[in-house]
Design a protein around this ligand. Structure first.
Ligand SMILES: C[S@@+](CC[C@H](N)C(=O)[O-])C[C@H]1O[C@@H](n2cnc3c(N)ncnc32)[C@H](O)[C@@H]1O
Length: 211
């Protein structure tokens, strides 16, 4: 049964961030995602439409802000733990932008490929090892990893980022900060340039410092 209180809370949260139209759009996507869930049987988390989670809309907004000034060169974005790709598919970008998405879950990558028409977005099964294989000694303009790092211990996240950042040149990192402080995890090489709070989640943008 639909929980009226949770619908009302969600309605209030979404409409105060981005208005009634976004809530209506989200309801359409919710129904479509329920259909996809029935058809493909992925984890129910992915049913939640981006429009129902203002912090996810904020991530899209921050990505668009950062790529707006990069119209004259080819840039790469990486979406780690992309799920079915709802975040990356909803970023408005030009032909110079390429988005590589990774997720260890074969089922969500299969669905993401079915849903994605743009040749500029690619999906691969895998995680940080696969990323290192593909981007060692290369550049990534924006790296975002949303919705799973909070489940790891901070020591483990530090280890992963130390390895990745010593081999790949990443200009910006966008993270949903929950129970970790990424200023401590990323250390002196990065500065937090944006930090916006949404209840128990904050969206943070880190920029690589010039040496
Ligand atoms: C809560 S979902 C978020 C999906 C997507 N980032 C979004 O916000 O729409 C978390 C995703 O992270 C993936 N994931 C879990 N552990 C991971 C890891 N170690 N490396 C990469 N992705 C991982 C899961 O398979 C899942 O698809």
């Amino acid at each position: 049964m639909v929980n009226i209180k949770s619908v009302k809370d969600r309605y209030n949260e979404v409409t105060s961030y981005s208005g009634l139209w976004t809530f209506i759009k989200g309801s359409g996507r919710y129904i479509y995602n329920c259909y996809l869930y029935k058809k493909y049987g992925f984890h129910p988390w992915h049913i939640q439409p981006i429009e129902y989670a203002p912090y996810r809309l904020e991530i899209i907004k921050q990505i668009e802000n950062l790529i707006r000034h990069e119209k004259n060169k080819d840039i790469t974005l990486v979406d780690m733990g992309s799920g079915i790709g709802d975040l990356s598919r909803n970023v408005r970008f030009g032909k110079n932008v390429h988005i590589s998405c990774y997720d260890p879950d074969k089922k969500v990558i299969h669905v993401a490929k079915q849903l994605t028409k743009s040749g500029n977005i690619t999906f691969k099964v895998g995680s940080f090892d696969k990323l290192l294989n593909d981007y060692r000694k290369k550049e990534i303009h924006i790296f975002y990893a949303i919705g799973f790092l909070h489940l790891m211990k901070s020591k483990m996240i530090k280890k992963i980022f130390f390895r990745i950042l010593s081999e790949i040149n990443i200009s910006y990192i966008i993270i949903d900060e929950r129970n970790h402080d990424f200023r401590d995890i990323l250390g002196k090489k990065y500065s937090r340039v944006k930090h916006k709070k949404f209840n128990d989640i904050a969206v943070s943008v880190f920029k690589k410092n010039k040496n």
